[in-house]
Design a protein around this ligand. Structure first.
Ligand SMILES: [Cu+2]
Length: 67
């Protein structure tokens, strides 16, 4: 299990938080995604045999946020 933290731009409220967390949790291999709104960060726990940093970043971007 690997942990990665991304700076995410554009998250302003609890709705954004949910959106980003759900987008990440829907990825096969992601076990945990936690947004810190004040820091504009998301921390992701993932299995690097099943997914990759580029897949995680793409999911955040597809949800409508800058990463
Ligand atoms: Cu929002």
């Amino acid at each position: 299990m690997e942990t990665a933290t991304f700076k995410v731009g554009g998250m302003t409220c609890g709705h954004c938080q949910r959106r980003v967390e759900d987008a990440l949790k829907n990825i096969d291999g992601v076990s945990k995604a936690t947004v810190n709104i004040e820091k504009s960060e998301v921390t992701v726990e993932y299995d690097y045999f099943r997914t990759s940093l580029s897949v995680l970043k793409k999911a955040i971007a597809n949800a409508g946020y800058e990463v």
